[in-house]
Design a protein around this ligand. Structure first.
Ligand SMILES: NC(=O)c1ccc[n+]([C@@H]2O[C@H](COP(=O)([O-])OP(=O)(O)OC[C@H]3O[C@@H](n4cnc5c(N)ncnc54)[C@H](O)[C@@H]3O)[C@@H](O)[C@H]2O)c1
Length: 263
C-alpha cells in the first residue's frame, strides 16, 4: 500500500510508536489522519501539529470505537488503513499465579491487545469488503512471536493478537483486505520507562521514527510481519525449527535476568 491520499486511523497515537507513525504518515501525504487515544489532550495537540482529527477514546469501548469509525467514514468516505496500536505493559515478578498479576491485569491486557483489534475489524470490515480493499496494521510486539520473561499477561495477549491477525488475513484476504503485524523489540517510548528494556533491549533500542520508517516500507511491501529488529526473523525461525531447544534458550535468558522491581 502506498500511503499518499489514504485515510488512516491510529489508536494510541498520543505517544511513542503511535506518534511516530502519525508524523511519518503525514510526510507520506495521507489525505485524512485520525488520532485516537485515552489521552485526548495530547492526541488533540498532535492532531493540531500534523493536521489531523483527534478523539479521546478508550479502545476497550466497542460502541465508542464504532462511532469513531462511522464518523470517519462519513467525513472522509472510507478508511484505508486502521492501525490498532494502543497498548499497555504490565511487568510481573515471575510469580504470575500470585498477586503480581491479578485477574484485572490479565483482563485489561486482553481487552486492549485483542478485543480492541476485534472491535476495529468489526467496525471497518463491512465498508472494506464492499469496496474490495482495506488494510489493518496491528502493533503487536516481538513478545507476541517469542514471549518475554516477567510479563506473562503482555506476552500471552500479544500472541493472541497475532492469532487474530492471522484469522483476519486468512478469512478476508480474498475480500481484498490486507493485514500486517508490527513486531518490534525495544522502542524508546514511555512504555520502556527509561529502562534498558530487559530481554527486549538486548538487540538495541530503536526510536519511534526508525520504527515508523520500517512500517512505511512494510506497508509498501504488504508484508504480514513487519520486523524493525531484523534478528527477530531468525529467532522466530529457530523457535519453529526446534521448540524444545528454543524453550531451553529462553529459560537460560530468564535465569540471566533480574526480576523487575514492581511498584
Ligand atoms: N516500546 C516498546 O518497546 C514496544 C515494543 C514492542 C511493541 N510495543 C507496542 O507498541 C504499541 C505502542 O506502545 P508505545 O511503546 O508507543 O507505548 P506508549 O506508552 O508510549 O504509548 C501507548 C499509547 O496507548 C494509549 N493507550 C493505552 N491504553 C489505551 C486504551 N485503552 N485506549 C486508548 N488508548 C490507549 C496510551 O494513552 C498511549 O498514548 C503498544 O501496542 C505496545 O505493546 C512497544
Amino acid at each position: 500500500m502506498e500511503l499518499r491520499d489514504k485515510v488512516v486511523v491510529v489508536t494510541g497515537g498520543a505517544s511513542g510508536i503511535g506518534t511516530g507513525l502519525c508524523r511519518r504518515f503525514r510526510e507520506e501525504g495521507v489525505r485524512g489522519l485520525v488520532i485516537a487515544d485515552l489521552n485526548g489532550d495530547v492526541a488533540a495537540d498532535l492532531a493540531a501539529e500534523v493536521g489531523g482529527k483527534s478523539y479521546a477514546l478508550d479502545v476497550r469501548d466497542e460502541a465508542a470505537l464504532a462511532a469513531m469509525v462511522a464518523e470517519t467514514e462519513v467525513e472522509f468516505g472510507q478508511i484505508d488503513l486502521f492501525c490498532s496500536n494502543a497498548g499497555i505493559l504490565n511487568l510481573d515478578d515471575g510469580n504470575f499465579w500470585a498477586t503480581s498479576s491479578p485477574n484485572e491485569i490479565w483482563q485489561r491486557n486482553w481487552e486492549v491487545h485483542v478485543m480492541a483489534h476485534i472491535y476495529a475489524a468489526r467496525a471497518c470490515l463491512p465498508d472494506m469488503i464492499r469496496r474490495g480493499e482495506g488494510y489493518f496494521l496491528h502493533t503487536v510486539s516481538a513478545a507476541g512471536l517469542l514471549t518475554q520473561p516477567y510479563t506473562a499477561a503482555y506476552a500471552t495477549t500479544k500472541h493472541a493478537a497475532i492469532g487474530f491477525a492471522e484469522s483476519l488475513a486468512i478469512t478476508h484476504g480474498d475480500d481484498g483486505v490486507k493485514v500486517s503485524c508490527l513486531c518490534p523489540q525495544a522502542v524508546d517510548t514511555a512504555m520502556l520507562g527509561g529502562t534498558d528494556g530487559g530481554a527486549a533491549g538486548l538487540d538495541g533500542i530503536l526510536s519511534p521514527a526508525q520504527v515508523a520508517e520500517v512500517v512505511v516500507q512494510g506497508l509498501r511491501e504488504e508484508s504480514f510481519l513487519i520486523l524493525p529488529h531484523e534478528q527477530v526473523e531468525q529467532y522466530h525461525r529457530n523457535k519453529g525449527q526446534d521448540y524444545n531447544r528454543w524453550i531451553g534458550g529462553m529459560r537460560k535468558l530468564r535465569r540471566s535476568m533480574r526480576p523487575p522491581t514492581l511498584p
